[in-house]
Every structure is written in C-alpha cells, then in structure tokens.
Design a protein around this ligand. Sequence first.
Ligand code: NAD
Length: 435
Amino acid sequence: MSDNSDNHQAAGLEPISHPLYDTSATFRMARRQLDQCAAAIDLHPDVLRRMAIPKRAMVVSVPVRRDDGKIETFAGFRVQHSLTSGPSKGGLRYHPMVDLGEVAALAMWMSWKCAIMNLPFSGAKGGIAVDPSALSLGEKERLTRRFTEEVLAIIGPRMDVMAPDMGTDEQTMAWIMDTYSMKVGYACPEIVTGKPVEIGGIIGRREATGRGVVMTAMAAFAELGIRPETATAVVQGFGNVGSVTCLELVKRGVKVIAVGDKTGATRNPKGLDIQALMAHAATGASLGKFKGGEELDAAELLTQQCTLAVPAAMERVIDEKNASKLKCRVLAEGANGPTTPGADSIIQNSDIYVIPDVLCNAGGVTVSYFEWVQDLQQYFWSEKQVNEKLEELMLGAFHRVNGLAKERKLAKRTAALVLGVQKVAKEMERRGLFP
Ligand code: NAD
C-alpha cells in the first residue's frame, strides 16, 4: 500500500488509495506496476487516478443447493477496470483464495493486455471464492448459472464478455451462454468466449494461450540465437495453459524436463513424455508420483537449471526470495502476475530475458476476440486461419514491445505496460470524463 502512496506523494499529489482494493497484495502489485509505468511516461495525474481504481465492481452472494440438500453461499465478484476501449473482457476464476482485490488486479492487467494487442476491449475479471474440485458437476452448474443471474445487470455482448480462467472451462462458458440466452430470449453465443465449438465457440481457443506463450518464447529464442532442439524447459501449472505450453514446446523439439502443479512436481532430465503425464494427471494422481520422472520438491521447480521457465499457475510465485535463484535464460509468463515488483528489480540485473504476462499470455484473449467477431458475424473461421492470425498478432505485439524496450532502454515489462497504458490514456483523453 505504502509503495504506491509514496510514489504519488513524492510527485506532490494526493495518494491514490481505495480501502476495498488496497488490502490485496496482488492489487498493490498491479498498482505499483502502473505507477512505475506512469513515471516512465509522465502520465497525467488525472488519467493515472482514473486508471488506478476500477470503474465498476460488483460483489454478489451466490447460494447453491448442494447435492445433499444443504444450501451453501459463496462470494462472487465481477470487476470492470474500464469501459473506455470497448466492451470489457476477462476471465472468470474459481479458486478458494479469490477476493475482490485479486480480481481487480487481474481486470487492470486485462486492460493493458487488450491495449497491447490492439483489441477493441477494456479489461474485466470475475471470480468465485470456491474450490471447484470440491463440487460435483451439478453443483458447479448451479453455481455458475446463479452467478450469471446475479451479475446479469452488468454483462452483455457489448458490455462485458467473460471467458474461462483458472478453475473454469468450456462447460462453464456453455452454462453462462445458456443462462444469458434464456434471459434475452434468443441464442446469444457472443455473450462469452471460450465456449464449446458446437455452440459458437472457435476452433483453437482452448489451446490459444499456451500456443501464444510458445510463439513468444520462440521469438525470444530466435533473438537470442537459441535453437529449440538444444533447449530445455520447466513449466509450473499443468492445466489449460501449462499443458498446452508443454505440448507446443515438445512439437518444436524443446525438452520439457520438469513440470509441477498443485499436487506436486516431477522431473526427467531426458525430457518428460507429456502425453503420458497428461494421462497420469487425468487420473487425479499427484504429478510427483509419475512413473516417467522422479519426484521433485515443488518449491524447487522454477529454480531448476533450464533454457526456458514458464510459470503457468498462480500469481506472485517469483518473489524476492527465489528471484536470485532462477537459472533460466528466458522467463515466459504464462500466468498472470507471477513475478512481484521486488523480484522484477532482481531479474532486471540478471541476463534473464523476460516475456511479461500482459504480452506472453495474450493469445487467449486474442482468440477470444476472434471468437466474438465470429459470433457477431455468424461467419466461422478455420483452425488454420485462427492460428495464422494469432501468430501475426502475437509476433506483431512481441516486436512492438521489444522495439520500444530497446528504443527507450526500458525493461520489457515496463515497455509492454507503456504501450498498453498509453493507448488507454489517449482514448480516455479523447473521450473526456465519461468512459
Ligand atoms: P487451470 O485451472 O486450467 O490450471 C491451473 C493449474 O495451476 C493447475 O495445473 C493447478 O494444479 C495449478 N496450480 C494451482 N495452484 C498451484 C500452486 N499453488 N502451485 C503450483 N501449481 C498450482 O488454469 P489456466 O487457465 O491454465 O490458468 C493458469 C494461469 O494462466 C492463471 O494465472 C490464468 O490467469 C492465466 N491465464 C489463463 C488464460 C486462459 O486462457 N485459460 C489466459 C491468460 C492467462
């Protein structure tokens, strides 16, 4: 809290703070990044003030009848960081630790990400504080449908469009689409992205984030003169983003030598068999018990010697304690907010090449954009078209960020944020007070 207030006060301005959000370490982290970026571009204080606090947040109670007949109520959140650049866009997360501040931070990052990618969206995020693995399919459906009803007033295809995130998937999006469609009285696929292909989803959305991570990692390798066949990788998180990242790396000849998730971690210096690891994970067994590797202390995962480290699970996993122990050449941030600002300062003084989250994991929202356009037009693309366009947009953004970092001698994260924040700032200034 004090870091952000101190920066602002040093500039002779009233500190920007908000009691609802400031208690969250993740929100304070997003704010600190914004302040650092604002200082680098001399952002007008009035614009900074608008950007520092979300435009709108909704907190709802979501009652669910459990299979045993008891009723349990969960806390749900939807935060729209801004509506300046178009409808707000962002995932829905089911995780026991979800809170308003975390969701607000993720919503802010979505604003910068959409702007870096030049997508006509503002940032949003949602979440329910629940452990989805403790719910039956029916309970999850009732929870999702009730949450949709509760936030109905602030969502819509031209207002706020959800997508999957941690703990949610295509099925979750199908329930939201159906609940919303029943309300408006017609099938409305454009209310969510990341839904099944049968009901208006796009081919390749599920894989898009992991694919994008690997596209940017390969671009970094090319710049550093690293041949993928000689490279090794370590991946934290083996859900949607982590597993697809592993598969895409293997396709390009990279050896994935260690993988971890919330159940544990496994290591094989000769390269893990990812398909076999996926089959093992699907049984619910701990990754540490995988027969094709040796068990690894999960705390040691990201600090293994490797060419490429990919955090693809939680935020703030690289902090001041472990940043100096990283032994990778490239850090590709598949997760949102995996590196704290304190860790960033340590990494900036090393030779680690960082691909910041707002760029690295933007493949998901980019293909979500294609899906939204496709649904609005009722005109469907082939997988080849999706992947080619994804690569064009990812590499375009990668080179824009790189170019700016070189030109202005900025860290990659600051360069990425500068691109995003400046675009939104220009739009805010043009539109005036109302967006
Ligand atoms: P997911 O639910 O499919 O998978 C999450 C993975 O993280 C699981 O393997 C889980 O076991 C692991 N995990 C959870 N807690 C952990 C811990 N404490 N230590 C180690 N591993 C842990 O979620 P996902 O969609 O793959 O999202 C992962 C990250 O990527 C999140 O930060 C999310 O915000 C970000 N992201 C996702 C998308 C997307 O399209 N799904 C897009 C952009 C960013």
